[in-house]
Design a protein around this ligand. Structure first.
Ligand SMILES: [Zn+2]
Length: 216
């Protein structure tokens, strides 16, 4: 079984990927981890990627595709894989199709956790930090006893630039621009399975679990 997991920042993709990995005995292949591994172990592809990064350039799709190909050849990926953070572009999606063809395997489904932007902004912009002792808070999941004031030291809470609604809105815009062509690509291929991600972690999990169980 080969799955692709798509979802915006704040959709809880990491948690769902972990549960899929455990429940269905899949290897979790996260593109960020793959990059870090290749860079750390100084593989040929890692060294190539490093060259582009040193020049401040984007790593070309064929380098990324090569890392995924080599990862899919490892023993723990034989039973099944969940791809997370790859593909990001249509070129990568085509590359994935070609590599799976060559391995005589095929993509089982593309799982898309869809969450309205306003809900994502609510989740992601809730982080506040104490300017004195750096204790983190979240207005939804871990609020301070008194708004704007640190429970630990009484210091003032502030929001990092990354956690401000306008920054998050800009990040989501980039995400949608990047992802909507992919979603169309997989919808046309009849591989897209959409899950409503506006509910809690367990609701999303139940929906995903049912879809994947039905693929078997
Ligand atoms: Zn404090």
């Amino acid at each position: 079984m080969i799955l692709v997991l798509l979802g915006p920042p704040g959709a809880g993709k990491g948690t769902q990927a972990e549960r899929l990995q455990e429940t269905f005995d899949l290897a979790h292949v996260a593109s960020g981890d793959l990059f870090r591994e290749n860079l750390r172990e100084k593989t040929d592809l890692g060294k190539l990627a490093q060259k582009y990064m040193d020049r401040g350039e984007l790593v070309p799709d064929d380098v990324t595709i090569g890392m995924v190909r080599s990862r899919l050849g490892q023993p723990d990926a034989a039973e099944g894989v969940i791809l997370d953070g790859f593909p990001r572009t249509i070129a990568q999606a085509r590359g994935l199709n070609e590599m799976l063809d060559a391995m005589d395997r095929e993509l089982s489904a593309v799982l898309h956790i869809a969450v309205p932007d306003e809900e994502l902004i609510r989740r992601l912009s809730g982080r506040w930090i104490c300017e004195q002792c750096q204790t983190p808070y979240h207005v939804l999941s871990n609020p301070p006893r008194e708004a704007g004031i640190c429970d630990v030291c009484g210091g003032r809470l502030y929001q990092r630039e990354d956690d401000k609604p306008e920054t998050i809105r800009a990040r989501l815009k980039v995400y949608h621009e990047q992802t909507s062509p992919l979603i169309e690509f997989y919808r046309k291929a009849d591989l897209l399975r959409e899950v409503d991600g506006s509910g809690g972690i367990d609701d999303v999990w139940e929906a995903l679990k049912k879809i994947v169980a039905d693929l078997d």
